[in-house]
Each structure stands twice: as C-alpha cells, then as structure tokens.
Design a protein around this ligand. Sequence first.
Ligand code: C5P
Length: 211
Amino acid sequence: MKSDIQCLISAGPTREWIDPVRFISNPSSGKMGYALAHAAHNLGIKVTLVSGPVNLKVPDGVCSIMVETAQEMNDAMQELFEKTDVTIMSAAVCDHRPQIKHTQKLKKNRQSSYIQLEANPDILESLGKRKKSSQVLVGFAAETENHLANAMTKIRKKNLDWIALNDVSSRGLGFQSDFNAITMLSKDEETVIFDRDTKLVIASRILKLLF
Ligand code: C5P
C-alpha cells in the first residue's frame, strides 16, 4: 500500500548569511520539489518536505519543515532519513557559506572586501553513505556540458539510484520556470527522457518511474 511509503523531499535554495541583512543564495524557486511533494501526496504517499525559503504554499496534506541554511537542511534531512523509503534531493544547496556570519551589518567602507568561504556539507553524498539497500535515493543535477557522463559520475560518487538531469541550456526551463525537461538516469545506466512539460506533469512521471 502506497500509504505505508515514506517519502522525503528537499526543495528550494539555501541562504548562507554574510551579516544580518545579506546572504549568498541562488535563484531556485522550489517549484520542482513542491511539484514532487504534491504529486507524491496525490499518489497516497506520506510526504515530508524540507524546504528552503520560497514563495510557495505547501501542498495540502504534506508535512513541512522550513529551513534556511545548508546546515539546517542537513540536520533535518539526516534526522528524517532513517525512516524514509524514498528520498529526493531537489534542493539547490549552496556549496559554500561565509566562514564568519557578522553580527552587525558590514559597512561599505570597511578595509577588506573579501568574504572568506568554507564548504557546506554535501547532504546527498552523506545520505548516500548511510543508505540501506531497501532505500531509494534520488538526486538532481544541472549540467551545462558532458551531461550524461557528469551525471553518471555523480550517481557513483553519491551512491544514488537515480539522478534527474535538468536541461539548463534551453530558455524557459529549469530555475524559476513552471516548465522543465528532464532525463532520468539510473545507476544501471537506464535513461528515461521526459520532454518539456509543466513541473507537475514531470513530477508525476518521475514518481511513476520510482514507485
Ligand atoms: O554535485 P552537485 O551539486 O551538482 O549535485 C547536485 C545534487 O546534490 C542535488 O541533488 C543537490 O540537492 C545535492 N547537493 C547536496 N548538498 C550540497 C550540494 C548539492 O545535497 N552541498
């Protein structure tokens, strides 16, 4: 029964604070992750959505945990992962964060304009290390070149079952858009192509492939 299946989905960007009024982030809208949560819930699956800051309504019936930073997202994902059957990491996690979060707003005339960065945890990679054979782990990738080869390297490195390869080269797709086109690549090198469609339709197709 699908209602026994626990699905964990991450969505949106993370924010890495420089000072109280500035952060490093990216233009992820969270639409793909929210569409996945919506589509999974429609299939009767129990869904928990771990979301970075976005302007979207959490789909009815979906549990949500709102986070800001990659470290907060990591904490939430690590805690929930154990009891999860299928985990889909669609969040656009910032790879780096400022080494220091200043407690006061930085002045524009300060002596040094450098911001020292340090690496954030790779959440997906560490979930891959913990993954049991009964669990399914899915990542997202946005490649601009050597798409399939890079995606396959990521599958191996992060111990994934599937990777959803976003087409970021076409206009009107991907970040912010309501549309996407995706190539699903499995650890067994199976490829399934989902041509341009709304993120909700693409999300339903991804879930049909996984369940
Ligand atoms: O290596 P790359 O960042 O291209 O991999 C993208 C995948 O890894 C996405 O599923 C993203 O959610 C995940 N990721 C992560 N933690 C990071 C960076 C990316 O979980 N620090």
